[in-house]
Design a protein around this ligand. Sequence first.
Ligand SMILES: C[S@@+](CC[C@H](N)C(=O)[O-])C[C@H]1O[C@@H](n2cnc3c(N)ncnc32)[C@H](O)[C@@H]1O
Length: 194
Amino acid sequence: MKQRLVQLSLGLTTVGLTLGLALLLSCASGQERRPDVIFVPTPQPVVERMLELAKVTKADVVYDLGCGDGRIVVTAAKKYGCKAVGFDIDPVRVKESLENVRKNGVEDLVKIEQKDIFTLDLSGASVITLYLLTSLNEKLVPQLQKMKPGSRIVSHSFEIPGYEPDKVERVNADGFERTVYLYTIPLRKKSQQE
Ligand SMILES: C[S@@+](CC[C@H](N)C(=O)[O-])C[C@H]1O[C@@H](n2cnc3c(N)ncnc32)[C@H](O)[C@@H]1O
Protein backbone atom coordinates (compact mmCIF):
# COMPACT_ATOMS: atom_id res chain seq x y z
CA MET A 1 0.00 0.00 0.00
CA LYS A 2 2.78 2.36 1.09
CA GLN A 3 4.70 1.50 -2.11
CA ARG A 4 1.58 2.28 -4.25
CA LEU A 5 1.23 5.67 -2.52
CA VAL A 6 4.88 6.50 -3.17
CA GLN A 7 4.48 5.48 -6.84
CA LEU A 8 1.33 7.61 -7.14
CA SER A 9 2.91 10.70 -5.60
CA LEU A 10 6.01 10.25 -7.79
CA GLY A 11 3.73 9.98 -10.85
CA LEU A 12 1.82 13.14 -9.89
CA THR A 13 5.06 15.05 -9.28
CA THR A 14 6.32 14.03 -12.74
CA VAL A 15 3.04 15.16 -14.38
CA GLY A 16 3.19 18.48 -12.49
CA LEU A 17 6.82 19.08 -13.47
CA THR A 18 6.10 18.21 -17.12
CA LEU A 19 3.11 20.60 -17.28
CA GLY A 20 5.12 23.34 -15.56
CA LEU A 21 7.97 22.90 -18.02
CA ALA A 22 5.58 22.90 -21.01
CA LEU A 23 3.97 26.13 -19.77
CA LEU A 24 7.36 27.73 -19.22
CA LEU A 25 8.56 26.72 -22.69
CA SER A 26 5.38 27.89 -24.43
CA CYS A 27 5.58 31.26 -22.62
CA ALA A 28 9.26 31.58 -23.53
CA SER A 29 8.48 30.86 -27.20
CA GLY A 30 5.62 33.40 -27.17
CA GLN A 31 2.85 30.88 -27.82
CA GLU A 32 0.92 31.98 -24.73
CA ARG A 33 1.00 35.66 -25.71
CA ARG A 34 -2.54 36.96 -25.41
CA PRO A 35 -4.10 39.84 -27.35
CA ASP A 36 -3.50 43.15 -25.56
CA VAL A 37 -6.97 44.25 -26.59
CA ILE A 38 -10.01 42.28 -27.73
CA PHE A 39 -11.42 42.30 -31.26
CA VAL A 40 -13.94 45.08 -31.91
CA PRO A 41 -14.33 45.90 -35.61
CA THR A 42 -14.07 49.42 -36.98
CA PRO A 43 -17.39 50.28 -38.70
CA GLN A 44 -17.01 50.38 -42.49
CA PRO A 45 -17.70 54.16 -42.89
CA VAL A 46 -14.89 54.80 -40.40
CA VAL A 47 -12.55 52.42 -42.28
CA GLU A 48 -13.24 54.35 -45.50
CA ARG A 49 -12.62 57.73 -43.83
CA MET A 50 -9.39 56.54 -42.17
CA LEU A 51 -7.96 55.56 -45.56
CA GLU A 52 -9.14 58.83 -47.14
CA LEU A 53 -7.57 60.87 -44.34
CA ALA A 54 -4.26 59.05 -44.87
CA LYS A 55 -4.56 59.88 -48.61
CA VAL A 56 -3.83 56.27 -49.57
CA THR A 57 -2.79 55.68 -53.19
CA LYS A 58 -1.82 52.62 -55.22
CA ALA A 59 1.83 53.31 -54.36
CA ASP A 60 1.28 52.91 -50.62
CA VAL A 61 1.83 49.90 -48.40
CA VAL A 62 -0.76 49.80 -45.62
CA TYR A 63 -0.15 47.88 -42.38
CA ASP A 64 -3.06 47.30 -39.98
CA LEU A 65 -1.63 46.51 -36.53
CA GLY A 66 -4.14 44.13 -34.94
CA CYS A 67 -6.12 43.49 -38.12
CA GLY A 68 -9.13 41.67 -36.63
CA ASP A 69 -11.21 40.33 -39.53
CA GLY A 70 -8.98 42.07 -42.09
CA ARG A 71 -11.54 44.67 -43.17
CA ILE A 72 -9.07 47.59 -43.30
CA VAL A 73 -6.43 45.85 -45.41
CA VAL A 74 -9.07 44.33 -47.70
CA THR A 75 -10.73 47.74 -48.20
CA ALA A 76 -7.36 49.43 -48.89
CA ALA A 77 -6.47 46.86 -51.56
CA LYS A 78 -9.93 46.84 -53.19
CA LYS A 79 -10.43 50.60 -53.22
CA TYR A 80 -6.90 51.83 -53.97
CA GLY A 81 -5.17 48.79 -55.49
CA CYS A 82 -2.32 49.14 -52.98
CA LYS A 83 -0.41 46.44 -51.12
CA ALA A 84 -1.46 45.82 -47.53
CA VAL A 85 -0.45 43.61 -44.63
CA GLY A 86 -2.62 42.74 -41.64
CA PHE A 87 -1.01 41.50 -38.42
CA ASP A 88 -2.84 39.83 -35.57
CA ILE A 89 -1.69 37.75 -32.63
CA ASP A 90 -4.95 35.80 -32.39
CA PRO A 91 -5.08 32.74 -34.71
CA VAL A 92 -8.89 33.00 -34.95
CA ARG A 93 -8.60 36.55 -36.32
CA VAL A 94 -5.85 35.48 -38.73
CA LYS A 95 -8.13 32.74 -40.06
CA GLU A 96 -11.04 35.21 -40.45
CA SER A 97 -8.79 37.73 -42.20
CA LEU A 98 -7.45 35.11 -44.62
CA GLU A 99 -11.03 34.10 -45.42
CA ASN A 100 -11.96 37.76 -45.98
CA VAL A 101 -8.97 38.24 -48.30
CA ARG A 102 -9.92 35.12 -50.28
CA LYS A 103 -13.63 36.07 -50.47
CA ASN A 104 -12.72 39.49 -51.86
CA GLY A 105 -10.14 38.15 -54.33
CA VAL A 106 -7.27 40.35 -53.13
CA GLU A 107 -4.73 37.57 -52.39
CA ASP A 108 -2.25 39.18 -54.80
CA LEU A 109 -2.21 42.43 -52.81
CA VAL A 110 -2.91 41.48 -49.17
CA LYS A 111 -0.85 39.40 -46.75
CA ILE A 112 -1.99 38.35 -43.30
CA GLU A 113 0.56 37.39 -40.64
CA GLN A 114 0.17 36.01 -37.14
CA LYS A 115 2.57 38.22 -35.21
CA ASP A 116 2.83 40.30 -32.07
CA ILE A 117 2.73 43.90 -33.29
CA PHE A 118 5.35 44.93 -30.72
CA THR A 119 7.98 42.82 -32.49
CA LEU A 120 7.46 44.31 -35.97
CA ASP A 121 9.79 46.34 -38.15
CA LEU A 122 7.40 48.94 -39.60
CA SER A 123 9.83 50.45 -42.11
CA GLY A 124 8.15 48.63 -45.02
CA ALA A 125 4.85 50.50 -44.49
CA SER A 126 3.91 53.98 -45.66
CA VAL A 127 0.52 53.97 -43.90
CA ILE A 128 -0.33 52.41 -40.53
CA THR A 129 -3.86 51.96 -39.24
CA LEU A 130 -4.62 51.46 -35.54
CA TYR A 131 -7.63 50.62 -33.42
CA LEU A 132 -5.98 49.63 -30.16
CA LEU A 133 -5.78 51.65 -26.92
CA THR A 134 -4.00 54.88 -25.97
CA SER A 135 -1.51 52.93 -23.81
CA LEU A 136 -0.73 50.53 -26.69
CA ASN A 137 -0.30 53.42 -29.14
CA GLU A 138 2.19 54.92 -26.67
CA LYS A 139 4.09 51.63 -26.50
CA LEU A 140 4.33 51.60 -30.34
CA VAL A 141 5.97 55.04 -30.57
CA PRO A 142 9.62 53.81 -30.78
CA GLN A 143 8.63 51.51 -33.71
CA LEU A 144 6.54 54.23 -35.42
CA GLN A 145 9.34 56.79 -35.18
CA LYS A 146 11.61 54.47 -37.24
CA MET A 147 9.26 54.69 -40.24
CA LYS A 148 10.17 56.71 -43.33
CA PRO A 149 9.49 60.47 -43.03
CA GLY A 150 6.10 61.32 -44.54
CA SER A 151 4.53 57.99 -43.55
CA ARG A 152 1.02 58.43 -42.16
CA ILE A 153 -0.68 56.90 -39.15
CA VAL A 154 -4.44 56.90 -38.68
CA SER A 155 -5.86 55.83 -35.36
CA HIS A 156 -9.50 55.08 -34.64
CA SER A 157 -10.72 56.40 -31.25
CA PHE A 158 -7.35 56.53 -29.49
CA GLU A 159 -4.69 59.20 -29.76
CA ILE A 160 -0.94 58.77 -29.54
CA PRO A 161 -0.46 60.46 -26.19
CA GLY A 162 2.00 63.34 -26.08
CA TYR A 163 2.09 63.80 -29.87
CA GLU A 164 0.39 66.44 -32.01
CA PRO A 165 -2.10 65.07 -34.58
CA ASP A 166 -2.22 66.73 -38.02
CA LYS A 167 -5.98 66.28 -38.00
CA VAL A 168 -8.73 65.08 -35.66
CA GLU A 169 -11.99 64.19 -37.34
CA ARG A 170 -15.36 62.97 -36.08
CA VAL A 171 -17.12 60.34 -38.18
CA ASN A 172 -20.71 59.19 -37.69
CA ALA A 173 -21.23 55.44 -37.84
CA ASP A 174 -23.88 53.12 -36.38
CA GLY A 175 -25.52 56.11 -34.67
CA PHE A 176 -22.32 56.99 -32.77
CA GLU A 177 -19.66 59.58 -33.33
CA ARG A 178 -16.18 58.12 -33.74
CA THR A 179 -12.93 60.07 -33.60
CA VAL A 180 -10.09 59.50 -36.06
CA TYR A 181 -6.57 60.90 -35.48
CA LEU A 182 -4.11 61.49 -38.33
CA TYR A 183 -0.34 61.75 -37.70
CA THR A 184 2.69 62.07 -39.98
CA ILE A 185 6.19 60.71 -39.33
CA PRO A 186 8.24 62.10 -37.65
CA LEU A 187 5.72 62.44 -34.83
CA ARG A 188 5.72 65.95 -33.36
CA LYS A 189 5.79 66.24 -29.58
CA LYS A 190 3.01 68.35 -28.03
CA SER A 191 4.18 71.48 -26.33
CA GLN A 192 4.35 71.33 -22.49
CA GLN A 193 1.32 73.63 -21.83
CA GLU A 194 -1.15 71.23 -23.56
C1 LIG B 1 -10.02 46.56 -31.57
S1 LIG B 1 -9.49 45.25 -32.67
C2 LIG B 1 -9.25 46.16 -34.20
C3 LIG B 1 -9.44 45.28 -35.43
C4 LIG B 1 -9.24 46.00 -36.76
N1 LIG B 1 -7.97 46.69 -36.83
C5 LIG B 1 -10.35 46.98 -37.00
O1 LIG B 1 -10.12 48.19 -36.80
O2 LIG B 1 -11.46 46.56 -37.40
C6 LIG B 1 -7.82 44.94 -32.08
C7 LIG B 1 -7.14 43.71 -32.65
O3 LIG B 1 -5.78 43.69 -32.18
C8 LIG B 1 -5.38 42.35 -31.95
N2 LIG B 1 -4.25 42.38 -31.02
C9 LIG B 1 -4.25 42.69 -29.71
N3 LIG B 1 -3.01 42.66 -29.20
C10 LIG B 1 -2.17 42.33 -30.22
C11 LIG B 1 -0.75 42.16 -30.34
N4 LIG B 1 0.07 42.33 -29.31
N5 LIG B 1 -0.26 41.82 -31.55
C12 LIG B 1 -1.08 41.64 -32.62
N6 LIG B 1 -2.43 41.79 -32.57
C13 LIG B 1 -2.97 42.14 -31.39
C14 LIG B 1 -6.65 41.68 -31.40
O4 LIG B 1 -6.60 40.28 -31.58
C15 LIG B 1 -7.75 42.38 -32.22
O5 LIG B 1 -8.08 41.63 -33.38
